[in-house]
Design a protein around this ligand. Structure first.
Ligand SMILES: [Zn+2]
Length: 317
């Protein structure tokens, strides 16, 4: 492990005129609300840890009683994130990466903080958020809500789809997959003396999503219900996803949003996400998948995780 600490420079997505005008046109057509806020990342500072990430990056934010660490994978792994809620005495993790390389690096970073890991909470039943668990966190309880667990088990583990995925990603897949305990209740919970509120939303990017609200830190950890400067997974219920974003954006007194893909963001990421989905709904009316993909690339030229757009092909298959 290197001794030098890594200072992360937050990047800001330039908002192009054409994108703004398209969003205005979508708003005029009643597709989205007219107020549009650019996705502003929250400035962070490097912490005292001497860990240097080689594959991903780490963003650290101190808020209220907690320090929040976001490990973000490289673009090859679609900028997928894992978060650490660091309390006075312990670490509470949310999601644990897709590839084994990123998960191993994330684990090394977690260990560099020198506090016990109480649990890994899985935000939603998509393997880019839980596949890294089995090999790298098997000594730590893995938990989620009953609904997230049930969907994960049914759609990925019991169906055998997870094995097809493992074949597809080869050495970056774990040897086995682990189903979490579905013992996380909705509502108030205590994470190392810090009050958190567990929320759940259905039928958006995934069939079900758990969201962690930390009121004292004015923070929401939303999984894939919002993306920050990264292309969105397009196979969910995109229309209802916009409704879910609207609902989340009404949660009061939130200043920091930790997304499932991309850097820590300002709540303006909700407007950005709703606008992106409105554009996606228009793009998916294209004659061909190639046209739809091209439209999204053109409208969001600075967005990362372009590989995610390939999932659009499935909608045209
Ligand atoms: Zn994801």
């Amino acid at each position: 492990m290197s001794k030098s600490s890594k200072v992360n420079v937050m990047t800001k997505n330039p908002t192009t005129f054409s994108r703004r005008s398209l969003i205005r046109a979508a708003a005029a057509a009643g597709l989205i609300t007219p107020q549009f806020a650019a996705n502003r990342a929250v400035a962070t500072t490097a912490d005292a840890t001497d860990f240097r990430a080689e594959l991903g990056t780490v963003q650290i934010t101190r808020r209220g009683p907690v320090t929040l660490h976001t490990y973000m994978a490289s673009d090859q792994s679609s900028l997928v994130t894992s978060h650490i809620v660091e309390t006075a005495d312990a670490l509470y993790l949310v999601d644990c990466q897709f590839t084994q390389s990123h998960a191993a690096e994330f684990r090394n970073y977690v260990d560099s903080l020198g506090k016990p890991i109480r649990q890994v909470h899985i935000s939603h039943p998509h393997p880019d958020h839980f596949s890294g668990y089995a090999k790298n966190f098997s000594d730590v309880p893995v938990v989620t809500t009953a609904k997230v667990r049930d969907v994960m088990k049914e759609r990925w583990i019991d169906s055998g789809r997870i094995e097809d995925l493992a074949k597809a990603i080869g050495p970056e897949a774990p040897e086995t997959f682990v189903t979490p305990e579905g013992n996380v209740a909705l509502g108030a919970s205590d994470w190392g003396g810090v009050s958190v509120n567990i929320l759940e939303y259905d039928d958006a990017e995934a069939q079900v999503h758990s969201v962690v609200h930390i009121p004292e830190a004015k923070t929401l950890i939303v999984g894939d219900l919002a993306f920050a400067n990264a292309h969105f997974f397009p196979l969910g219920n995109n229309a209802n996803w916009i409704n879910v974003i609207d609902e989340m954006s009404r949660i009061e007194d939130v200043e920091l949003v930790l997304c499932g893909h991309g850097l820590p963001a300002h709540p303006g990421v909700f407007d950005d996400s709703a606008a992106y989905l409105s554009v996606l709904l228009v793009a998916l009316k294209s004659e061909t998948a190639d046209e739809a993909i091209e439209m999204m690339r053109t409208e969001y030229p600075a967005y990362g995780a372009k590989g995610i757009l390939n999932f659009i092909n499935r909608l045209y298959a």
